[in-house]
Design a binder for this molecule. Structure first.
Ligand SMILES: Nc1nc2c(c(=O)[nH]1)N[C@H]1C(S)=C(S)[C@@H](COP(=O)(O)OP(=O)(O)OC[C@H]3O[C@@H](n4cnc5c(=O)[nH]c(N)nc54)[C@H](O)[C@@H]3O)O[C@H]1N2
Ligand SMILES: Nc1nc2c(c(=O)[nH]1)N[C@H]1C(S)=C(S)[C@@H](COP(=O)(O)OP(=O)(O)OC[C@H]3O[C@@H](n4cnc5c(=O)[nH]c(N)nc54)[C@H](O)[C@@H]3O)O[C@H]1N2
Ligand SMILES: [Mo]
Length: 759
């Protein structure tokens, strides 16, 4: 390593995650984005009982308690929204859309907050101010002119329960169930897989369970960057000597060592705490094999001691154990080792820890779900927990780490392309409408319909639809062929600029801002990863007086599209408590909704598995059998690698806050490929060489050119690059068959030396 050549922007990061570096990064985020007088108000109101919910992630807070929970990436999310920068009409009149399209994603959002409704003018190729009335009537006219099933209604998970509920109501009254949403690219494998296993598609643990757990197994997520407040919880657990076993192809610094900025002693003494007790660098896509290996080792131990499995639990609460065990017995250790990249000894050691723990939590993220067999991965996690009765007892359970701060709530309140009959009946009954019964499109299916020219209109409630999905070569031109595209947004992004025949950008209030309606200031509600529903009220002056709330915009579209509606949309905008009453009347679990959000921390949605009740058709939990081990496209050739596409530390999905990835030692650039040093020497590559990455699927050989290879502690056979840039390599069809989630984390690729080589 010491003889490595110098590569610009690549410097090893040797410290712990968190610590003073995190404080410094927060100060920079505040200084570069915000008015220094506004910043304290913004940061001090984040996750407070009467403040707003952090738009950064879906990790819960203990009762939203009153000490400020410091979080670098939460501060970045807040300052990015509460920025003092503005996109002005003058700027847009001077900058044609074709010019804007040449700007990076980082620059586009960096222009600041959108301040007025915009309509694309093809004659001048510019975005021009429009009135809200004009915008709504244009949308209404277009939607009335096409069959409802030819329109797509996307949701990104920052949207509140209230806005999402009104949106789905409008769309169902209009006449379709086309609800592509960001969850389809994220935790859909959880939403589809877990109901078969335990009867619900959500996690079962609470923060208190982390206080009581004896073992945490963390698989495929990077909390130091993506769920930073979880680091406080892991830090506490590690200091109580709770073993934390990590499965991740990449060494992630925060999972190795963390200095908690909330801990004065650690900060003053420059100390840190080791987080992972053991760290297994599983191959990308090798989790099914690793999980089966642990389960197989448990069975082998059980054959000797007969006290490893929770027999009473398995007998009373589950079905399918014998089939599951048969499949494990039929799977050879050799195959498990090969597919996971881990040894029998390693996996047996994990099984021993697991067998010794009376209460285990398994946490997981995109490293599990974004694969061709993401659903099976999720179900294997559930089965492993079922083997030892780790549901419905303190300190135990399954913990999917949700993405957007309210993605889980959006689904709870009806954003689903496959609604249940029961829900539609309740909705119809309450509002006097007739919802369509035919199932609609998820995200990938919606884009496919747009590509085929079958869908003519796209309405996006937040997000960056085209950039978040794979395959821009096909998605970008398809968006331009639409009749209508509408984006309800806070900041400019590339999806907005893929202009259709008619394009409207409708600027909305963010979560940090005061939302005043005729009955006074409003609050909205969100559901976190642990199913806690709580209120959020913005505290800052809106970025522009012309902004409307998402709820008011949805109502405006509804009134223009459905002039003879049975629903009084304006009535709901006047007072959001009325929307919550409607939610309570139509969706189970929201009893006394308005009353219960007044309690600090809100209330928890019902989670029957925590009471050992299983809302499956059989009334039992199920051991789901997955006879495979690896992804479908077996890597027969040595030179084929699995590409992981992931987030940097300075990034929120398609939003780039900056170009650094501090903990991975990358500064000021994103055009790199993380690679194992042994793989590099086998390929004749040196640190700093340039390669072209080529997709190695039978029907796709897309290419990403001139990427600099850098040595990194990543599992052999796996390579990593940044999302969204690497999306050009992934075909839209490459996804989990059961849930439709794009397989962003295990794309087979080969590497070619680039034509021009510089370092
Ligand atoms: N600051 C910030 N916060 C965020 C986001 C953000 O972009 N920035 N995004 C939000 C959203 S929408 C989401 S979904 C979450 C995402 O949060 P994460 O789930 O942490 O998502 P990723 O960064 O994509 O990376 C996942 C991790 O999985 C590992 N991994 C990749 N492939 C595999 C595999 O095959 N097996 C295993 N075991 N591990 C693997 C990677 O090395 C990486 O450490 O975060 C949310 N919070
Ligand atoms: N290759 C690869 N691709 C991936 C992933 C991956 O790991 N690898 N991850 C996938 C995942 S997990 C997800 S969730 C998707 C993310 O997909 P999306 O949710 O569609 O994308 P975001 O980047 O979060 O959307 C950012 C935009 O949201 C708008 N916005 C921000 N705040 C608000 C608000 O309060 N209201 C409204 N209306 N708009 C707002 C801004 O205009 C901003 O430009 O990407 C997916 N794509
Ligand atoms: Mo996500």
């Amino acid at each position: 390593m010491s003889t490595k050549r110098h590569v610009p922007g690549i410097h090893p990061y040797n410290g712990p995650a968190g610590g003073w570096g995190a404080l410094k990064a927060t100060a920079i985020a505040v200084k570069t984005q915000m008015d220094t007088l506004v910043a304290p108000k913004a940061l001090l109101n984040t996750n407070q009982p009467d403040g707003f919910d952090c738009p950064g992630c879906a990790w819960p807070d203990k009762n939203h308690h009153s000490t400020f929970q410091f979080c670098e990436n939460g501060a970045k999310a807040v300052t990015w929204e509460a920025t003092s920068r503005r996109v002005t009409a003058e700027f847009l009149s001077k900058t044609p859309v074709s010019t804007l399209l040449t700007r990076s994603d980082y620059e586009l959002e960096g222009y600041g907050r959108l301040t007025q409704p915009l309509r694309y003018n093809a004659a001048t190729d510019t975005l021009q101010p429009a009135s809200w009335e004009q915008a709504f009537s244009l949308i209404g006219d277009t939607l009335q002119g096409i069959p409802p099933e030819q329109a797509e209604f996307y949701t990104s998970g920052r949207t509140s329960n209230e806005a999402a509920y009104l949106y789905q109501l409008m769309v169902r009254e209009y006449g379709c169930n086309n609800f592509p949403d960001c969850s389809n690219m994220c935790h859909e494998a959880t939403s589809v897989g877990l109901p078969h296993s335990i009867g619900i598609g959500k996690g079962t643990v609470s923060l208190e369970d982390f206080d009581k757990t004896e073992l945490i197994i963390s698989i495929g997520h990077n909390p130091g960057t993506n769920h930073p407040r979880m680091m406080g919880t892991l830090h506490e657990a590690a200091r109580r000597n709770v073993p934390i076993i990590v499965f991740n192809p990449m060494k992630e610094r925060a999972l190795e060592r963390f200095a908690d900025p909330q801990n004065p002693l650690e900060m003053a003494t420059y100390q840190s705490t080791d987080i992972a007790s053991s760290y297994y660098q599983v191959k990308a896509g090798g989790d099914a094999a690793a999980l089966k290996g642990i389960a197989k080792a448990l069975l082998e131990a059980e054959a000797i001691n007969q006290d490893v499995l929770d027999h009473p639990f398995i007998e009373e609460h589950t079905l399918g154990f014998e089939e599951f065990a048969d499949d494990l017995r039929a799977t050879s250790w050799q195959a498990i080792e090969q597919a996971s990249g881990l040894s029998v000894e390693q996996l047996t050691r994990v099984a021993e820890h697991y067998a010794n723990s009376k209460a285990t939590i398994i946490t997981y993220g995109m490293g599990i779900t974004q694969h061709e067999h993401g659903t099976e991965n999720v179900q294997l996690i559930a089965s492993l927990l079922l083997m030892r009765g780790n549901f419905g007892k303190a300190g135990a359970g399954i913990c999917p780490l949700r993405g957007h701060s309210n993605v889980q709530g959006n689904r709870t309140v009806g954003i689903s392309e496959k609604p249940t009959e029961r829900f539609l009946q309740d909705l119809d009954h309450f509002f006097g409408i007739r919802s369509p019964r035919e199932h609609g499109h998820d995200a990938a299916a919606a884009m496919e319909a747009i590509i085929r020219g079958e869908s003519k209109a796209l309405i996006c409630l937040g997000g960056n639809f085209a950039v978040a999905l794979p395959d821009p070569q096909h998605c970008f031109p398809a968006l331009k062929a639409l009749e209508l595209s509408v984006h309800i947004a806070t900041k400019l992004n590339r999806s907005h600029l893929l202009v259709a025949k008619e394009t409207l950008i409708l600027p909305c209030l963010g979560r940090t801002e005061i939302d005043r309606q005729v009955t006074g200031p409003q609050s909205i509600t969100v559901e976190d990863s642990m199913s806690m529903v709580h209120a959020s009220a913005g505290k800052l002056k809106p970025a522009s007086p012309a902004l409307l709330s998402e709820i008011a915009i949805v109502a405006g579209i509804a009134q223009a599209t459905l002039p003879h509606s049975r629903v009084n949309y304006a009535y709901y905008v006047e007072d959001y408590a009325r929307i919550r009453d409607a939610i309570e009347a139509t969706i189970p679990g929201f009893t006394q909704y308005n009353h219960r959000i007044e309690q600090p921390g809100g209330f928890r949605m019902p989670l029957p598995p925590t009471q050992r009740q299983w809302p499956t058709p059989s009334g039992r939990a199920h051991f789901m059998v997955y006879p495979g081990l690896n992804e479908d496209h077996a890597l027969t050739e040595q030179r084929v690698f699995r590409l992981i596409t992931l987030r940097s530390h300075d990034q929120y999905n398609t939003t780039l806050y900056g170009l650094d990835d501090r903990y991975r030692g990358v500064f000021g650039r994103r055009d790199v490929l993380f690679m194992n040093p042994e793989d590099m020497s086998e390929q004749g590559l040196e640190h700093g060489d340039m390669v072209d990455i080529v997709t190695a699927l039978p029907d796709c050989q897309a290419k990403m050119k001139q990427i600099t290879v850098i040595e990194y502690a990543i599992a052999k056979g796996s390579v990593g690059a940044y999302y969204p840039e690497a999306n050009i390599l992934i075909p839209l069809s490459y996804r989990d068959q059961q849930s439709g989630t794009p397989a962003y984390k295990s794309l087979p690729v080969t590497l070619l030396a680039s034509a021009t080589e510089t370092a």
